[in-house]
Design a binder for this molecule. Structure first.
Ligand code: GLN
Length: 201
């Protein structure tokens, strides 16, 4: 059975562990480099990217995690996790570290400039209709070559500035969503990631 780790330094770790267990993998929290070495894929949870980035350095996970993602280990980031995987962040803190791996530019707290949280129905490529919950979420402002856009906020009056914004992307073995499928009890996005992990293994 595949083993998928959830970076367990800060954020909604438990919800991801539950969603992964439901997708039939062995789900384990990761706090130490030895634990990272044992997983086939990793989830970076929602939370606060600046705090997670600081803790990654403190727990000596920043370099090992960067290296494994660069070597092709599947990674999935939701919200703060998307920010960590992005090669470039707008409205970040100057001392915030990036894991990188996704050739995108994200704007941190993009939706939060209007409202703190926001919900929308999305058409997610290869997954279907998804009810998405955004909490002080980033959106993707720019994607590089090789990045596949999987979902956008649909055009509607309530969406305001968010209409049409890119909120789910994939680049090879790296997946990211601005929203939190771990909070809605809909396991399909996690299963989509688990399929990526199995395909890589
Ligand atoms: N605003 C947070 C950050 O900058 C992300 C919010 C979330 O993960 N729900 O990291």
């Amino acid at each position: 059975m595949s083993v998928v780790g959830v970076l367990a330094l800060q954020g909604d770790v438990r919800e991801h562990l539950v969603a992964l267990a439901e997708a039939d993998v062995l789900a384990r929290p990761i706090r130490r480099p030895e634990e990272l070495a044992e997983v086939d894929g990793v989830v970076l949870p929602g939370g606060e990217s600046t705090a997670i980035s600081r803790l990654l350095a403190t727990f000596e996970l920043l370099e090992p995690l960067r290296a494994r993602i660069a070597e092709g280990m599947p990674a999935y980031g939701s919200c703060a996790g998307m920010i960590l995987l992005a090669d470039e962040v707008l409205d970040g803190r100057p001392d915030q570290h990036q894991l990188g791996g996704l050739d995108i530019v994200v704007r941190r707290n993009a939706f939060g400039r209007q409202v703190d949280s926001f919900e929308a129905e999305l058409d997610f490529t290869d997954v279907g209709d998804v009810h998405a919950v955004f909490i002080r979420a980033p959106w993707v402002e720019k994607t590089g070559e090789g990045v596949e856009v999987l979902a956008r906020v649909p055009d509607s009056v309530e969406a305001g500035d968010a209409a049409g914004r890119i909120v789910a992307v994939r680049q090879g073995h790296v997946l990211a969503t601005s929203f939190h499928p771990e909070l809605t009890g809909d396991g399909r996005v996690h299963r989509f990631f688990v399929d990526m992990v199995r395909a890589a293994g």
